[in-house]
Write a protein that binds this ligand. Structure first.
Ligand code: FAD
Length: 333
């Protein structure tokens, strides 16, 4: 029986672990992480499925498309199943507004529906943008999705260790392959300086009258989850601060109230600041590491930036296939 370790219990680690169990049903899979559910970056994400190539600079567009297709298939099957409430998936219409024409975005071919708005429709909505698109997509409520993935993983016989990994060397001779889903902290664990932060800041408000999402490319958006509406946001490259800056908070509120006045007056119930784990390009590849006590096969899967919830299932599936191919090569299966 092959022994597989997965570093990380965010959306990427959990999706990779579950896909590994599905592709290698006889393997024993252990998740090793020191942060779970609400302590991960994945927990606070908006969860909007709107894949774009622009956010993954340098990665092959065909691969990004494949990961997006796999992710949408999985999420949409959950959203229309009896599990939707527990897994946190909702089919929801919304709007993308822009000052520039958005030509043929990747999500156009994937989502449930996509239509360019006419000028009179933009006028009726009262927004100050030249272009608008009505898009029906799927939203993931990450506060539900992470626990759901973990339950599935444990039900399949997976085990979990709560500890910090200091070095890959500790896995030599103990595991046949390691899946590295350490998100932003791959910067230290792999000494990978291509990983950099893009600071984000979201406020969650109680506004049950908002039944749709809105995304703009100039710093104002909102996305409902099952119990709240996340409003944002900021994108600050190379800002490592995890502190909520009052000026940034005021800016988010001002931009969102201007964009959509009916958000004003809704009570703020939560505030969240975290770092998008960017890497140009996202790293999904196999490496053989050599140490004094032996060698180790590692499948790296990190650097999902602003698209970790969108792409976690698709990249998790690819990573699991790569692990299976490696184990086959070494006749571990
Ligand atoms: C404000 C904001 C809004 C966002 N909105 C969206 C959105 O709408 N849609 C979307 O697709 N994405 C969104 N994202 C991006 C998304 O949140 C991230 O891409 C995603 O969460 C990355 O997941 P991950 O599993 O790689 O990392 P994480 O969730 O950070 O998980 C990393 C895991 O690795 C473990 N780990 C790391 N190093 C070690 C170690 N040395 N030892 C043990 N364990 C270790 C941690 O304990 C943790 O369990 C948003 C991000 C931000 C900041």
């Amino acid at each position: 029986m092959a022994k597989v370790a997965v570093i990380g219990a965010g959306a990427v680690g959990l999706s990779t672990a579950l896909n590994t169990q599905q592709i290698l049903p006889h393997a024993s899979v252990t998740i090793i992480a020191d942060r779970f559910t609400r302590d991960t970056t994945s927990h606070g994400a908006g969860g909007l499925f709107l894949p774009s190539i622009d956010h993954l600079h340098g990665r092959d567009p065909d691969l990004v498309t494949q990961w997006s297709v796999d992710g949408f298939k999985f999420y949409s099957s959950l959203a229309s199943s009896y599990e939707a409430g527990d897994s946190g998936h909702m089919i929801m219409p919304g709007y993308v507004f822009s000052h520039k024409e958005i030509k043929n975005p990747l999500y156009k071919r994937l989502v449930y529906s996509f239509r360019e708005l006419r000028q009179e429709e933009l006028k009726k909505l009262g927004v100050d943008y030249e272009y608008g698109y009505q898009v029906t997509t799927v939203i993931t409520d990450t506060s539900k999705f992470l626990p759901w993935l973990m339950r599935r993983f444990k039900d399949n016989g997976g085990t979990v260790e709560n500890r910090t990994v200091q070095s890959f060397q500790e896995f030599v001779g103990k595991y046949d392959i390691v899946m590295n889903c350490s998100g932003f902290r791959a910067r230290e664990l792999c000494n990978d300086k291509k990983v950099y932060p893009i600071k984000g800041h979201l406020l969650r408000i109680k506004a049950p009258w908002i039944k749709y999402w809105v995304y703009t490319e100039d710093g104002a958006y909102f996305v409902p989850s099952q119990d709240a509406v996340a409003i944002g946001g900021i994108r600050q490259k190379d800002n490592y601060s995890l502190t909520a800056d009052p000026k940034e908070r005021a800016g988010i509120l001002e931009r969102c109230y201007k964009l959509w006045p009916s958000l004003k007056g809704a009570p703020i119930i939560n505030e969240w600041v975290d770092l998008r784990p960017h890497r140009d390009p996202l790293r999904l590849e196999t490496e053989t590491m050599s140490f004094s006590n032996g060698s180790l096969k590692v499948v790296h899967n990190y650097g999902h930036g602003a698209l970790g919830i969108t792409l976690c299932w698709g990249t998790g599936l690819s990573a699991a296939r790569m692990a299976s191919a490696e184990l086959m090569k070494n006749s571990k299966l």
